[in-house]
Every structure is written in structure tokens, then in C-alpha cells.
Design a protein around this ligand. Sequence first.
Ligand code: GAF
Length: 401
Amino acid sequence: MAKPIESVEVLLRVARAVFQQEFGTEADIAVAAPGRVNLIGEHTDYNEGFVMPMALPLVTVIVGRKVDGDVTTIITTNKDADEPRTITIEMPNEQALVRTLEHSGPKWGLYVKGVIANYVGGCPPAFQAVIHTNVPTGGGLSSSASLEVSTYTFLDALTGVQNVSLNDKALACQKAEHQYAGMPCGIMDQFISVMGKEGNALLIDCRSLVSELIPFNDPQIVVLITNSNVKHTLTGSEYPTRRKHCEEAALLLKKVSLRDANESDIEYLKSIEADETLIKRARHVVGEIKRTIQGAETLKDHNYKKFGQLMIQSHYSLRDDFEVSCPEIDTLVELALKVNGVLGSRLTGGGFGGCTVTLVYAHAVEAVIETIKKNYQGKADFYICKPSNGATILQRCNLEH
Ligand code: GAF
């Protein structure tokens, strides 16, 4: 059986109860922002390529209210993190043109501070808030982006900002992650958390930042996410190293980014006897961008068999050329692919653990779960997910008060 996913209403009830208990009053603002699963297009966003994620029904909710003075207090209910669960922030005043906040305290608090510092909707007043989430942390489902985007959305509700530019919002959250968490991520996770739409995947052109909704709501097809429960740390050296390899390959090719490279450029790299690692990285990116564009077309045509094949090719390329998989993830993919009715399976997200995403006919999904449970050495968690909505303000405070 897959894990039942608590609804936003259930998450909100918990968050509101904690708020009442900790602050002795009721929260009058409530927001939610989702995690994501990437269907195809991995490690292509920072190469200005294409990605095609969907927003998840797994979300981070924040409830809270404005307070007088300049001290903000935020509590997380997340018990996974072996860190303090409360932070206080001295809010920067209106005159501070560039807001900087101390880079100290628990890791989760750095994401929040980063967003406050990079908020472009005005100067937020002090507030009290409780954060509650069911996005697994460090599981490759963008728990960090859902925290950043929910924080930004909370600030929108707090300041009363309307009609925000969604691109600016996603870019500010990405900047927060670069500056305050030290993770040089691409734009995919924040974009989909802001812009996801129920019943659709989102094809994002990470150069122009133009995106296209791709309808994906066939009841016969299921997206199964399997969490290996092997945790990665993308802020470790691996992610930045991959980025560097890609930049070096693009430089050798005299291209702005690998977005502009093609198969003959890979042959050129071989002919000049470029470093084998750079050739492999470039081959992955060139192939993956092509697969993602094709993937969007095949989804539009409801050609799930072809889409599944592209997912499998994507996995092998991530494993062999980009070298971001690990034995646990490879095992999960191979086990899923053994089951009749599975169309495709691959590593999703940054890699080195986290989750796989499997496309499977609805009638076969329980067989996949059983096969993995029987044969996977670790403890896997399963989520059956439908494409869901991006960030939402669920309750906005009355600014007349
Ligand atoms: C992580 C990053 F945050 C994304 O920007 C993206 O690069 C992804 O890894 C790999 O596709 O989730």
C-alpha cells in the first residue's frame, strides 16, 4: 500500500492547533506550497535546457499572524531535523534597501531568512508563524523549494501584495537558496512550486523562463514515487561539481551553455580528446534536453509507452554519464521495470539517493509496491501522486485591523 497523503485541511488543522498552543491566539493567515516530482529533464535547468516536473499533493503549510514590534518568531513542527525548532528574527526596517539577515541558526531557518531577505513585494512586518509539512525532507521531492515558496506566499498574504509576478517570486526563492543555503540550484523546483496546475505537468524552458502546461490526467496512468530513504546532501560537493563540469564543457565548445550543444559537438569533444568526464556530462545534457522536448510531445499524444522509454533512457544516462545515481536507486528502478504494466522508471531530482518516479498502469501499481517491498533491502515509502496546484493563499489577514 502507498502512504495515505494527509490533505491540506488536515495539515492546516495541526498547524493552527500548534499556533494556538504556542502563541495563545489564532492564526489569521494560511498558505500552502507543494513539493514536486520531475517527470523528465534532470540536471538540465542550470544548462538553460528544458525540464518537465509536476507539483505534488505533498505540501508545506504556514499559518500565522502579524505582530507589533520588529521580532518575528517562527516554529517548525518538523521532528526529522535534529536542530532547534524555533527561530527569532529581528526584521529589517523599511530603509534597508538590501536586506541581510544573519546566516546562523538551524538549516530550515536559513531558507526562511533567505526568502525574507530576498522578498520583492515590500518590507514585511514582524509576524509569528508555524510551519508544518508532509514533504519528506532530503527525499529529492523539493522540500526546500516548498519551504521557500510557502514562506514567500506567506509574506504576500502578510503584506497584502496582489498580482505578483510569478517569475519574480520563483527567482527570489532560488536566490534565497543560493545565498542562504549555499546550494547553487537551477530554477526548476521553485518554478513548479509556484506555477503547478492540477491535472498538468509543466514544460519549462529554463532559458526564456516561458512554460507550457501539458495536460496529464489519464485515470489509467499512475505516477508512483518511491522514496529510497537514502538521504543526499546536494550542498555537498557533487551538485556544484556537476554544474562546473557542464560549464567547462560549454566553454570548450565556445557555447553560452550546453543548451546550444548537439550530437556533433559531442563528437567534436571526442576529436579534441577532451576529458572523458566532460564528454559524459555533456552527452547526458544534450540527450536529456532532447528527451524532455520529445517527452512533452509524447505526453500530449497520450503515448505513455514512448514516454516510459524516454524515462528509462533518462535513468541510464543519469547513472552512466552524469553519475548521480546510487545502488539503492538503481535497484528500485530495476525492480519496478520487472513488473508487467510498468511503462518507465527513473531517478528524480538531484540524485545520490532520494526518490524514483515510476509511470505505471493503474492496475499494476500494487504489484510494483509488493515487488519492491519483497526485494528492496532498505525501507521504501510509496506515494501515488496526481499533478497538483502550485502555491496558494488559503486565508489572507484582514489588513483593515
Ligand atoms: C535539484 C536542483 F535544485 C534543481 O534545480 C535541479 O537541478 C535538480 O536537482 C536536478 O534536475 O533538485
